[in-house]
Structure formats: structure tokens, C-alpha cells
Design a protein around this ligand. Structure first.
Ligand code: S3P
Length: 450
């Protein structure tokens, strides 16, 4: 939905071939962390390439409410004057994190070990998502939380006045939970230890090291053991945010699904904890070339060229799920145009994202004429081959940007147009989606049903 709450239908028409350069926006995960860590050190952090999507702008507003100075100095260029570890002020009003689970969960962690109280809320999607995964570990530091039934927002957190460090094993694969605990650990004296059984995105660890915190990661039989020494003096940074591989997934997908397409996506982040989709697509036979592989700002980066070619369904290994957790919606759309079955397992976390993404994709794909099987933690798509997806349906986006974009991308490759009932959520992570796709030659209209 738009900020005004009016649904914005959008229709993707059969298109192609698609070609050109796709400059996708900055990485959402790194953008949130840049603002939050910038707010947690004394001095000026300069950020270029920040994602200016609604989610990140809500985090910028929140950091101002906690006392940091946050200002835009140019397109994608931002300056944060932070207040230091433990220096957050108590916000005057309610912190509205909009649609952003990452924003609210990381900020709750960051304030949980400071002697202040803050109340958080969000949109209907965010207010239905589980927060016990954050309130459980921050309680160990000494913070208290009161929210709605089921541990849902709106919720008030009373930060610990005398925090103690914790040793916490994250019960589900979640970079948000791991990061919330690490951010809370910043203002606890002594060593906070976080253990994750499966590796999730490690931007927080990399960035904390970059800001000068003492942080180590060790691979043990229990999993990744991350040890952070609390109460460091963080040093402000100049951060160049790489382009978001999760956003790059959409132009990659259209290039692979629409015959004759050839798209170059420059400068995308290829952190191994994020790049699972590309390995999966290569196993399906995708023509992907990584050019100019390099390291920028502590993150591996490359230019990615994607060209059309027929794809084959595969079984995606369950252990790969954390490294491509946000990409299953678009993968399921791509799988619908592949030959044969694509089996995705170990994906139960998809049920608690911005929407229940297994259900949202299954119902929408069925409406488009694709056969799906689902269990609590898996989804199987029976591919219809290139040009085989009937389309001609309206799919619900359920306040979920990635669901909306996945069905629109499928619409370019289907026999008949595909409409999403509301493309408003796309602005949370990919505000230039329509302009970028149109520039590649894709046909989008604001009409219902094309
Ligand atoms: C994110 C972690 C993931 C991901 C989200 C961004 C992050 O969530 O789905 O889009 O920036 O830490 P989980 O931690 O719930 O897996």
C-alpha cells in the first residue's frame, strides 16, 4: 500500500527481449546497519549508495528520534552524527518502523542495553510478525518488553539500566536476531557471545569490525561462535553501500525468463552469505557471468551479466536457505518457467516474513496456472517451460514487496498479463523498480488486468 493506504494495482504485460544496464538500489541490510552503527559512534559517518526505500528511511527517522543527527547530503548520500555507544536519548514519541522487520528488530537490540524506554509500531504486516525472537534474548541482558498477544507490536521496551553480557544460541537461522544480540552487546560490559548453527548474513560482524569493535568469529562443531567485547569506542566510517543482490535478483530473473534478454547489473554485493540464489540459478543452467570481481568496503562485489537460456528444475539444498532466504519468491516464479520440478526445502522461516511467502507464492502461482505443492517448510513448483505459464490472473501482494515484484517479473514472461493488487510495497526496498524494468524494455501499466 502507499503511504496513504490506497492500494496501487500494477500489471505486467508479456514483454521482451529485455536488455540494458540495471542499476539496482543499495543493499537494504547494509543500509539499515550503516545508519544504526553511525548513530552509535561519536562523530560523523558518511554513507554513499544508501537505499532510499521506505524501510531504510524509517530507520533514519528512528535514529533521529534516539538523538542522532541524520541528514541527506545528495542522492544516496547521507551523513550521520552519532551519539556514541550507550548515548541514545529517550524518544519523545512512538517509533514507527513501517514495514521493516530488520529496522525494528535491530533497533530494539541497539536500545535494549540503554537506560531508556521506547515504544515501537509498524504497518499491519510488521505488527503481525513475531518479536519474541528479540524480546527473549534482550531479556537476558536485563531489558523488559510489553507487547500485544503473541509477542507482537506495538510493543514497549524498557532498556536495561545495568546490562549484563550474554551467551546466546540463536534458535532459528536469523541474521536479524544475531544482529540484535550483537547490537545489545555493544553496551554491555564484558564479552557477549552469539552462536548460530547455520551461517546467516554477516554484515553486522563485518561492519562492527570496520567501526573498530573487538569481534571474532570462530567456526566450531556447534556452529559459528561470535564474540564481541562490549563498550568499545566506535570510530565513524565512510561507507560505500554495495548494490543489493536481493534486488538484483529481479532483473536477473527477467533476463533468464524472457527469450533473447541480456542484462548487466553493475556493482552488486556478492557476500557468500547472500549469494545462494546465483549458485542455484547456475545449477539450473542459467547463463550468468561475474565480471570485475573485487572487494569494496569489506564486501565482495562484481558486475553480473545475465542472459536468457532454458532452465532446468532442481532440488535446492536446504542448507543453502539462509544465503538466499529473501530470494525464494522470485526463484519460485523462475521455477515456473523452467523445465521440470524445482523442490525448495528448509524454508519455514518464509512463513514469518513480510507475509507468509510460501502461501502467497503458492496461491498466486496457482492463479497463474502453475501447479504447486507445499508443506510447512517446503515448496515444489512444477515448471511449465519457457512461454508455458498461462498468467492472466490477479495476485495478492499482501503488503510484501518481494511478492509483488516476483509476480510482476513473471508477468513479463507469461502468456497473458499478471496483475498485482497492490504494488505500493515495492517502495520499501526498490523504489525505482518500475523505471528500471521499463528502461530494460518491460511493459508495466497501472491498470488492473492490463
Ligand atoms: C535481514 C535478515 C533476514 C532477511 C531480511 C534482512 C537482515 O531476516 O529476510 O530481509 O538484514 O538481517 P531474518 O533474520 O528474519 O532471516
Amino acid at each position: 500500500m502507499s503511504a496513504h493506504g490506497t492500494p496501487q494495482p500494477m500489471t505486467a504485460l508479456p514483454s521482451g527481449p529485455l536488455s540494458g544496464i540495471a542499476d539496482v538500489p543499495g543493499d537494504k541490510s547494509i543500509s539499515h546497519r550503516s545508519l544504526i552503527l553511525g548513530a552509535m559512534c561519536v562523530g560523523e559517518t558518511r554513507i554513499t549508495g544508501l537505499l532510499e526505500g521506505d524501510d531504510v528511511l524509517d530507520t533514519a527517522k528512528a535514529m533521529r528520534a534516539f538523538g542522532a543527527e541524520v541528514e541527506q547530503t545528495g542522492p544516496g548520500e547521507w551523513r550521520v552524527r552519532g551519539v556514541g555507544v550507550g548515548g541514545f536519548a529517550e524518544p519523545d514519541g512512538v517509533i514507527d518502523c513501517g514495514n521493516s522487520g530488520t529496522g525494528v528488530r535491530l533497533i530494539m537490540g541497539a536500545m535494549a542495553t540503554q537506560p531508556i524506554t521506547a515504544t515501537f509500531t509498524g504497518d499491519a504486516s510488521l505488527n503481525s510478525r513475531p518479536m519474541a525472537r528479540i524480546t527473549d534474548p534482550i531479556a537476558l541482558f536485563g531489558a523488559q518488553a510489553v507487547g500485544r498477544s503473541g509477542g507482537r507490536l506495538p510493543m514497549t521496551i524498557v532498556g536495561a539500566a545495568d546490562p549484563v553480557p550474554v551467551n546466546y544460541t540463536v534458535p532459528m537461522p536469523s541474521a536479524q536476531v544475531k544482529s540484535a544480540v550483537l547490537l545489545a552487546g555493544l553496551n554491555a560490559p564484558g564479552q557477549t557471545v552469539v552462536i548460530e548453527k547455520e551461517a546467516t548474513r554477516d554484515h553486522t560482524e563485518r561492519m562492527l569490525a570496520g567501526f573498530g569493535a573487538e569481534i571474532t568469529t570462530e567456526q566450531t562443531s556447534e556452529g559459528r561462535v561470535i564474540t564481541l567485547t562490549g563498550q568499545p569506542e566506535l570510530t565513524p566510517q565512510d561507507i560505500a553501500v554495495p548494490r543489493d543482490p536481493s534486488s538484483a535478483a529481479f532483473p536477473v530473473a527477467v533476463a533468464l525468463m524472457v527469450p533473447g534478454s541480456d542484462v548487466l547489473i553493475p556493482n552488486i554485493g556478492l557476500n557468500p552469505t547472500r549469494a545462494g540464489l546465483f549458485a542455484t540459478l547456475q545449477e539450473m543452467g542459467a547463463d550468468l557471468t561475474f565480471q570485475n570481481e573485487r572487494t569494496e568496503g569489506g564486501e565482495p562485489v562484481a558486475d553480473l551479466r545475465a542472459r536468457y537460456g532454458p532452465l532446468q528444475g532442481i532440488e535446492v539444498p536446504a542448507h543453502r536457505a539462509p544465503s538466499m532466504i529473501d530470494e525464494y519468491p522470485i526463484l519460485s516464479a523462475i521455477a515456473a518457467t523452467a523445465n521440470g520440478r524445482t523442490v525448495m526445502t528448509g524454508i519455514k522461516e518464509l512463513r514469518v516474513k513480510e507475509s507468509d511467502r510460501i502461501d502467497a507464492m503458492a496461491r498466486g502461482l496457482e492463479a497463474c496456472g502453475v501447479t504447486i505443492e507445499e508443506t510447512e517448510d517446503s515448496m515444489t513448483v512444477h515448471g511449465l517451460g519457457q512461454g508455458g505459464v498461462p498468467g492472466g490472473a490477479t495476485c495478492e501482494s499482501r503488503l510484501d514487496h518481494r511478492i509483488a515484484m516476483s509476480f510482476l517479473c513473471l508477468g513479463f514472461a507469461a502468456k497473458k498479463p499478471i496483475t498485482v493488487d497492490d504494488a505500493g510495497p515495492v517502495a520499501t526496498s526498490f523504489p525505482i523498480f518500475e523505471a528500471l524494468m521499463t528502461a530494460l524494455g518491460a511493459k508495466l501499466t497501472h491498470e488492473h488486468g492490463g
